[in-house]
Design a protein around this ligand. Sequence first.
Ligand SMILES: [Zn+2]
Length: 352
Amino acid sequence: MKYLRLVLPLAAAISLSSVYAQTPAASDNTDLVADNTTTATPDNSATATPTAKPSPVAPVRELEDILVVDTLPTINSAVKIVLFNDNTWRYVRDREIVQDSTVYAKYWNTEAISPYREVPLSDLPKSVAIALVDSLKNYHYPYKGKMSSRYGPRRRRNHNGVDLPLKEGDPIYATFDGRVRFSQDTKTGYGNLVIIRHDNGLETYMGHLSERKVEAGQWVTAGQVIGLGGNTGRSTGPHLHFEVRYYGQSFDPERLIDFSSGLLRRETFLLKRSYFDIYSKYDQNFDDEIANEEDDKREAAEAAARRYYVVRKGDTLSGIAVKYHTTVTRICQLNGISRNKTLSIGKRLRVL
Ligand SMILES: [Zn+2]
């Protein structure tokens, strides 16, 4: 799809956007264009776990038969308004500006299925809040239907995604806005595979396609048809194999999408490192979720209870222990030191 670069005067842009203002009320969100679409949450933060029940998000319309008729500037140079031929519009990021952001620059490889091999799991944050949709980020299901196989261990080989049976030739849609990172006939189990990297840092994999409609490097919008369902690769019967990965690590796509209704489960997703375990599945969730939340709370409480003391001239471990109503043994444990250690002035000791 080509955006026409015909630029109308700003006055026209304002009047058009007010005529068609049935989608997001979002010009106040322009700071979201910034690079950091994902925010690592500190390991010990109790606030990292959202407690409110998330509201599901309906997909945007597919862009199959809709044409872009114009692109208009907004007050933020990184955001454009795209007008469609059915009199609707969307805010979109100006890709000329976005393409230099780290998401699309780091570990960008259009020839390898996984470009993240050198990033170990232990380097990933314990949890990360991922903005899935907002006024600039749209969602569409890749395919809607009943699953024939779910995420998890399967015989001798792990199943890193979900399988959705389909009719050969059914359209497969881009899940979020982003850029095609890989589009090839892989000669592997994936068959014809399209991988899209999204603004939110996630990558989605769509395998067994009969036809690919996008090429690596191409920008795509949620709801755009990226290929047609098929039966290529290691596949018995036409189906879509769909994976979601973060830094190359897969997690259960059902954590994001209810495939039978096509709804996105939430606007912001708290991705936990524990989800990258092949045994960590969406429907074992509630016990897991509650346990995770308890862990988070306990850690946060522990962090809040910690006390530190800066060693001054004349201090002894026993003197410090008395002052904080604790023991020398405990202080030594907390700091990994022996009780004979000479205290250096200015050293920060954890005392509680
Ligand atoms: Zn599969």
